[in-house]
Design a protein around this ligand. Structure first.
Ligand SMILES: *Cc1c(COP(=O)(O)O)cnc(C)c1O
Length: 376
């Protein structure tokens, strides 16, 4: 996707960084463990098809998404690799999934019964989800496990190919709850092993769990945030157990530069008033692009230096205070690097009191993604 852009505002997605992050992860994992590339939510805002293709070329052998819609987008782009859908898919939508050879997530006996009533073009593959403490979806007890396993054994419409669980605290300093979840997983596994004899693949870890405990991973790990070059938390960032390269950066260009006198104000509400003679630059990006109003006061980079956003961010345009006059067309970096300075998603997340996962996700589809491949 290298569409012409008319407005000089764009996100750059460095696919070589994604390849690098996958090879770093693969290098830590035991030989029997492969990478599932998690490309839900348009690959955390990076662009699902491009990231999926890069991940598959870089050694990932399965993809995962949250929604059936997201899986169909990948199939529509000609991607034939296995795709796991994490979220719940209603029984009436299972034929679509079967037709596109998608792998669904299964955790309810009733769902299995409803799927058995359908006529499917071919059996649908499922991974069974065990809720060991995340509390989102998944079966929790041995009784449920017995029930569901019995129903799966009897089903001609469903092929069980995998088992998985998800950790709630793998990114935290205190690992007690993480260990509890692993114990519960092992207990459920003992039960399952005694009632099921066909091969299934197992995956338990997200980025945080796999980076910290690669040797505990089974057949796959599910690589999300760190595939995009971000650490799952400050704890992991401090541990530096893996070398990551951020793939996402966000840029614009000055479209107007002016000098204002002391006492002059900027933007809605006139919340910024110049104390001195100021150079003010305008960039064509605003809250409709995901640059939310709470980011007033945040720095951006111009000429390798930090300059603050001043006045309210408007829907489509934002003003910054410059240290001198710059020509219109000068590049402004909102996320990423200029020279030796950088503004990381982590810094923006801290300013917004949230996690870095939200930052590329919040940059809206109005901002075109441009892809950088290898050294080109
Ligand atoms: C999103 C998601 C992941 C990826 O987690 P990261 O922390 O981004 O690596 C893994 N597994 C499941 C079930 C998820 O929903």
């Amino acid at each position: 996707m290298n569409n012409t852009i008319y407005r000089p505002t764009w996100a750059e997605v460095d696919l070589a960084a994604i390849a690098h992050n996958i090879s770093q992860m693969a290098g830590k994992l035991p030989g029997h463990c492969n990478v599932i590339a998690v490309v839900k939510a348009n690959a955390y805002g990076h662009g699902a098809v491009e990231v999926a293709e890069t991940a598959l070329q870089s050694g990932a052998d399965m993809l995962a998404v949250a929604l059936l819609e997201e899986a169909l987008t990948l199939r529509g782009a000609g991607i034939v690799a296995p795709i796991l859908v994490f979220g719940s898919v209603a029984p009436q939508d299972v034929p679509v999934a079967a037709r596109h050879d998608l792998t669904l997530t299964c955790f309810q006996t009733e769902w299995i019964r409803d799927v058995n009533q359908l006529s499917l073009p071919s059996p649908v593959k499922v991974h069974m989800k065990w809720d060991t403490g995340m509390g989102r979806v998944g079966l929790r007890t041995k009784e449920e496990l017995n029930d569901i396993t019995e129903a799966l054994r009897a089903s001609k419409s469903i092929n069980l190919t995998g088992i998985y669980t998800h950790f709630a605290t793998a990114d935290e300093a205190d690992l007690e709850y993480f260990e509890l979840q692993q114990d519960r997983f092992k207990q459920l596994w003992q039960t399952f092993k005694s009632i099921w004899d066909k091969p299934v693949s197992i995956h338990i870890g997200n980025s945080a769990a796999a980076i910290r405990f690669p040797e505990r991973m089974y057949d796959y790990m599910r690589f999300g945030i760190s595939m995009y070059g971000l650490y799952p938390s400050d704890v992991l960032k401090a541990e530096q157990a893996i070398d990551l390269q951020p793939a996402f950066s966000l840029h614009s260009r000055l479209i107007h530069v002016k000098r204002i006198e002391p006492g002059e104000s900027i933007s809605y509400g006139a919340t910024y008033t110049a104390a001195d003679d100021d150079y003010i630059g305008t960039i064509p990006i605003g809250y409709a692009d995901g640059l939310i109003r709470k980011l007033q006061g945040m720095d951006v980079l111009v000429n390798g230096k930090r300059m603050p956003i001043v006045g309210r961010i408007t829907m489509d345009q934002t003003m910054i205070k410059l240290d001198q006059h710059y020509a219109t067309g000068t590049k402004v970096t909102l996320i990423g690097q200029q020279g030796s300075e950088s503004i990381e998603a982590d810094e923006i997340a801290a300013k917004l009191d949230t996690i870095n996962y939200e930052i590329p996700c919040m940059i809206s589809e109005r901002v075109p993604r441009q892809y950088k491949r290898g050294d080109t």
